[in-house]
Structures are given as C-alpha cells and as structure tokens.
Design a protein around this ligand. Sequence first.
Ligand code: PMP
Length: 439
Amino acid sequence: MSQAVTNNLEAFWMPFTANRQFKKNPRMLVGAKDMHYTAADGRQILDGTAGLWCCNAGHGRPKVVEAIQKQAAELDYAPAFQMGHPKAFELAARLSAMMPKPLDHVFFTNSGSESVETALKTAIAYHRAKGNAAKTRLIGRQRGYHGVNFGGISVGGISGNRKMFGSLLTGVDHIRDTHDIERNAFTRGQPEHGAEFADDLLNVIKLHDASTIAAVIVEPMAGSTGVLIPPKGYLERLRKICDDNDILLIFDEVITGFGRLGSAFAVDHFGVVPDMVTTAKGLTSGTVPMGAVFVSSSIYEAFMQGPEHMIEFFHGYTYSGHPLACAAALGTLDTYEDEGLMTRGAELADHWADALHSLKDHPHVIDIRNMGLIGAVELEPIAGEPTKRAFSAFLKAFEEGLMIRTTGDIIALSPPLIISRAQIDEVFGILGKVLKAID
Ligand code: PMP
C-alpha cells in the first residue's frame, strides 16, 4: 500500500466502524468503475452492495460524471432560500412524473436521515395547518431504520443506535416488525404470513387515540435491519388503518427507491400509495449527497392554503437542491432511462433468486430472503457472540474480492442494477465459498 494511502489513519473518526480494529487492518478503496471497486493493493472488488445500497447505476458512469463536472464549472452553488436555479425545478418535475399521483411535490434534502426528519416534521405541521394541532405522535416499527438524526432514531427500532443518546423524542410509539422466520423461512418474494402485524397499529390507536397520532413511518421493505420483505397484504392493511384514522403513512424508500425492487419505487411494486415517500441514495447513484421527500398534493395544499403563518415552510437546508446534486441526479435519471435500469431488477429477479436460494444448504444458513435485486442470507449466530459469524464472512468475502454488507448475523446483498447474469453467478460462487470457509 502506498504511503499516500496509509500515512495518517488517526484523525478520521470513522462512522459505524470499530475504529481501532479497522485501523490495524484498513480496507481502503481507491477507485471504482462500473461493477468494481479497486482496492489500495490493486485488487478488483466486485461490488455486491452498490456501495451502501446507493450506487444503483454502477460506478463512474459517463453521463453522471460529465453532468457533475459541467455543473461545477457553470453554477457551483445557488442559495436555496428565496432563490432558485432551473435544475432544481427540472429535477423536481421529472421526479414527480415518476411517482404515482397524488405524490406530486418534492422537497430536497442531502441524505436519507434528513429526508426522514423532513417527513416527520411535515406530518406534524400538516395536521397543525389543518387545525389538528394535537396530532403529533409518531409511530415506527421495532426493526426499523430511519437514519441517525434524533427523529429517525426515535421512530427507528435499533437499540444500538438509540441507547447512547438519552431519552430521544417524546410521543413516539412502535409497532412490531414483520420478521418471522419461524413461519416464513426461505420464502421467495413476499411471505404468506404476517399481514396481521399491521393490526398492532389498531392497539396503538386504542391506547393513544387517533386524535393524537400524526403519522406512521415504515420501510416498505426494511433494508438495514436485514432485508425484511413485507408479508402479502400487510402494506395494504396499514394503508387502510391510516385512512380510517386520518393518520399519514410515510414510506421510507431510501433503499427501495430507484429500481431496487424491479420498479422505480416500492410504491409501484406493491401498489400501495402512501402520503409521503422519503428517498436518497439511488437518486444520484451515490455520487453527490442528496435526498428527496415526495409529498401528496393534499399535504402541499394544506400549507399553501393554510393559516397565513404556515404558507412558508420553516424548514430547509443550505444545500437543499444543491446544483451539483441536481446535475448528478439528472445525469443519473438519464442513465437509468437510457439503460432501462428501473425495471432491470424485475428482469433479473428469477436468476437472482435462483442463485441466492442455491445457498440454502450451506453451513450456518437459517433463512434466505429476496425481492428484485436485493437479498439476505441469515446465519445462525454464535452463542454469546452475535454478529461475529457474519462479520467473519464480510472479511473473508473482501479477501476473496467481493463486497457484501452485514447487519447483525444477516448478510445483505444489493448490487448495482447493471450487474450481468455472469456476475450474479460470481457473487454467489464467492459467497458459497466464504460460507464454507468460516466457522
Ligand atoms: N432510511 C433508510 C430506510 C435507510 O436505509 C437509510 C440508510 N441506510 C437512511 C434512512 C439514512 O440515510 P443516510 O445514511 O443517507 O442519512
């Protein structure tokens, strides 16, 4: 490894990483093109995770690179408040045309976490604008991941992400997640059992009364907590309960957005339309930080026609609709369109599922889940040492030239949508070898 790469590892406090362990044996990436990363030692690493579930168009794609370069030279920054630039409007119009009605307005952020905070604040302010100021309570799920800001960790359900940070937001409750491998193990696609988990919401309503509840936020398919595919009928049931009780339904599509499930959004895939959709990641294929929140026309209109003091939404970021991010997103959408990437996950779904489920009888495997171009292999945890087995698989896979992601003892896979059938076979060939090699 060259000095330039290893010179000083101390200063950077790395997120979600055991820093001491990493710095003893750093895994450095120095380049990326299409389906591969280049490691500092020159090895090609097959990207089995699209970076962090974000580089959906693959790496170093010409239209995206050119768009960013051109924009940096032309208009590097424009204030986001009381000022505009054409690409932000163009992008919002193009995005809203991709979403089913009535999700036809778009608010820009810089990340998934900011999209979530924006949606939660919008939900509370919306009810206030409608004269229902008591509707403030937010409902999440036990195995939910909604980023790392205070709203997101409050509605989220990952204890590790919450316990260091005090009492969090008040007025938050959780319903159960749909992880149920006793009934649904090794299901391909949507599991049969579990629609009734949605009825937990009825209990929460009984407890707190609908007049105090603003919104429910769920990942239509939970990614970071282990690729949990919604049971048949579950999302439909949540939608109905929300409708019956004037509760907004928010889909967190930070992972599922932009082609992951074989359609542009999970909204299309499941045919259930929420009141808001949070996105980020695939919006720019991971190249420039950006997020977007889709809101329904009735939410937007509630502000536009609401009380005088709410016509301006007192929320936004210095970099909302940043010109470089907008250019990157437009270049990304062009690439998705030119190459048919929004439906490629559907075309490859059977090949992907066959290859993934061929790992069924490998050592330690207790469940496999899939949909579109996403998959999970759940491993039996080593008693008293949760996460250790999957993490050894992660290290071994990197050694073997494959990038995977682990969460607890679950291996998650979500390659760029440009992956070929041969590369899918390569991913599972390496993973099979890894599972046989670890304890
Ligand atoms: N929501 C979901 C569903 C996510 O998967 C993530 C990131 N994995 C986030 C929010 C947070 O996104 P970011 O890391 O860009 O803040």
